[in-house]
Design a protein around this ligand. Structure first.
Ligand SMILES: Cc1cc2nc3c(=O)[nH]c(=O)nc-3n(C[C@H](O)[C@H](O)[C@H](O)COP(=O)(O)OP(=O)(O)OC[C@H]3O[C@@H](n4cnc5c(N)ncnc54)[C@H](O)[C@@H]3O)c2cc1C
Ligand SMILES: NC(=O)c1ccc[n+]([C@@H]2O[C@H](COP(=O)([O-])OP(=O)(O)OC[C@H]3O[C@@H](n4cnc5c(N)ncnc54)[C@H](OP(=O)(O)O)[C@@H]3O)[C@@H](O)[C@H]2O)c1
Length: 450
């Protein structure tokens, strides 16, 4: 264990990356201020993972809750960090924070600049995912989903969104649109099992047949994706829905079409072929276009970081120092300002804030620990804080956001949600507004800072 007990650090974002990083930092002796936009911790583990995955979600909640009991971790939920937020990075520095780890995930939208992107009926997967997982304020937002929906992208997020559209919304048809071919899908067989019952097999076979010569051109076997579907069918979950689920390969959206009421009425797509240099495979437009009649479009192509957070952004991600002082397994966890071409010495990045929309909870955990390791190396090189007055720091923070929620508040909230679930005889209950959560916590608020 490194002796950094005299250091004060901040972790921004209590998703998996931030929570596991906080644990690592506290294990090494640092006092950790853990700021989180949402009242509850967990990030996408709480508000992203599909609601039906109760066992996984409950297991993660327990792990997070146990980590947050660590005396050196001081949780401040309901606290937005950023230039327009409750507290800025410079405010933290003024509080005596010596290093800041940003684990805010990917909260921005990956806009593509397509005509029609602002039409009614165009959504981005994250917002809908937050909605059906009851994250305020998305929980209260209305999502007007029509009967014919195109989901752009073929990763696991597409699979989750399609599952929601098939099982909960029971729409007529879902088209999953892929710019590349059947061999480049990124969803897993396991996730396909939840929706494969609704796959229109006649349409899928026709798509494979259509793609086969293009696949052969880049050395691919068109039977492989067919086998994946057949294997998924062996373990298909029953959806209880008549939705027709179709995949459309080798097509890129060029324009979202709208009617007189500014509502989506279709997609204009360009046919693609596949190209390869022997290492990677990419899509190339063929010039010919076709139309898909849909009334709703959902982009599931990954997300971007929040550009208003207060750190330089480069291509949807926070800028990272290309020459890190403390690389861990060749990864740079360090902030960077491209304008000055200098590192930002006290800023570190981890999880989806470092590399957007990549990997599972386990990877975010590893990334958080990697960043914490780099931070500990940095801390051991700088001057120590003589004395850390946690009560005074707590008072300062609460002056900025009196409704910040601490561990004691979380425990009260959890107990009330559990009580309601038992009373109603349901597997779990979640409040879906901040006002309701705040009211429960306020009713028995413990004034002490921990
Ligand atoms: C739809 C979906 C389903 C998924 N399903 C699975 C699954 O089944 N299994 C699996 O292993 N992985 C799954 N994942 C992946 C997993 O959720 C991520 O790998 C992981 O959550 C990323 O962790 P993170 O901490 O980097 O970011 P996040 O989980 O996004 O956490 C970011 C945290 O930062 C906070 N924050 C954001 N901005 C601010 C700010 N300005 N100030 C303060 N706090 C802020 C947020 O409130 C949030 O708590 C899924 C992802 C998605 C999108
Ligand atoms: N149940 C689960 O375990 C679960 C659920 C959800 C998410 N996750 C994880 O969360 C991470 C993110 O998932 P994700 O689905 O968002 O990302 P992903 O796996 O990277 O898939 C993104 C999809 O969008 C496409 N895409 C990207 N940019 C595009 C563009 N500009 N135009 C058209 N298509 C574009 C990609 O196509 P190309 O391949 O051609 O780039 C790909 O098909 C992944 O690691 C995933 O496994 C896991």
């Amino acid at each position: 264990m490194n002796d950094v007990s005299k250091y004060l650090v901040a972790v921004i974002g209590a998703g998996p990356a931030g929570i596991f990083a906080a644990k690592e930092l506290a294990k090494n002796g640092a006092e950790v201020l853990l700021f989180n936009r949402d009242i509850k911790p967990g990030g996408l583990a709480e508000y992203g993972i599909y609601p039906d995955k109760l066992k996984m979600k409950e297991g993660l909640r327990k792990q997070f809750s146990s980590i947050l009991e660590t005396p050196e971790i001081h949780y401040f939920g309901n606290m937005l960090v950023g230039e327009q937020g409750d507290i800025r990075l410079n405010d933290m520095r003024e509080l005596g924070v010596q290093a800041i780890l940003v684990t805010t995930g990917a909260q921005g939208t990956k806009w593509q600049g397509l005509p029609g992107e602002s039409l009614k009926g165009v959504y981005h997967a994250k917002d809908l995912v937050y909605h059906y997982n009851q994250l305020p304020p998305y929980s209260m937002k209305k999502f007007d989903i029509g009967r014919r929906v195109a989901v752009i992208g073929v990763g696991n997020v597409m699979a989750d969104i399609s599952r929601y559209l098939i099982c909960e919304r029971q729409v007529d048809v879902v088209y999953a649109v892929a710019r590349r071919g059947p061999a480049e899908v990124k969803f897993t067989k396991k996730e396909l099992e939840y929706i494969v019952e609704n796959l229109d097999m006649e349409n899928y076979r026709a798509e494979i047949e259509r793609a086969a010569p293009i696949m052969a051109g880049v050395g691919q076997d068109a039977q492989e994706p067919m086998r994946m579907v057949e294997q998924a069918l062996e373990n298909a979950e029953q959806t209880g829905s008549n939705t027709s689920f179709r995949m459309r390969f080798l097509a890129s959206v060029r324009c979202i079409l709208g009617n007189d009421s500014n509502q989506v009425c279709g997609l204009e797509l360009e046919n693609n072929t596949l190209m390869t240099d022997g290492n990677s495979i990419w899509a190339k437009g063929l010039g010919s276009r076709f139309r898909l009649d849909v009334d709703t479009v959902i982009f599931a192509i990954g997300d971007a970081v929040d550009p208003g957070f207060g750190l330089p952004v480069d291509q949807n991600e926070f800028s990272k120092n290309p020459n890190p002082r403390f690389p861990i397994e060749n990864i740079s966890y360090e902030g960077y300002d491209p304008a000055t071409q200098q590192g930002i010495p006290d800023i570190f990045l981890a999880g989806w804030a470092r590399k957007t929309s990549s990997g599972l909870v386990g990877l975010a955990r590893k990334d958080g620990i990697g960043a914490a390791t780099a931070m500990v190396q940095y801390l051991s090189m700088i001057k120590t804080n003589k004395q850390i007055d946690m009560a005074a720091i707590h008072t300062e923070i609460m002056l900025r956001q009196p409704k910040a929620v601490n561990q004691a508040g979380l425990a009260i909230l959890q107990a009330e949600e559990n009580r309601i679930a038992i009373e109603r005889g349901i597997p779990g209950f979640k409040f879906s507004t901040n006002a309701e959560m705040a009211a429960v916590i306020e009713s028995s608020r413990i004034p002490d800072y921990k």
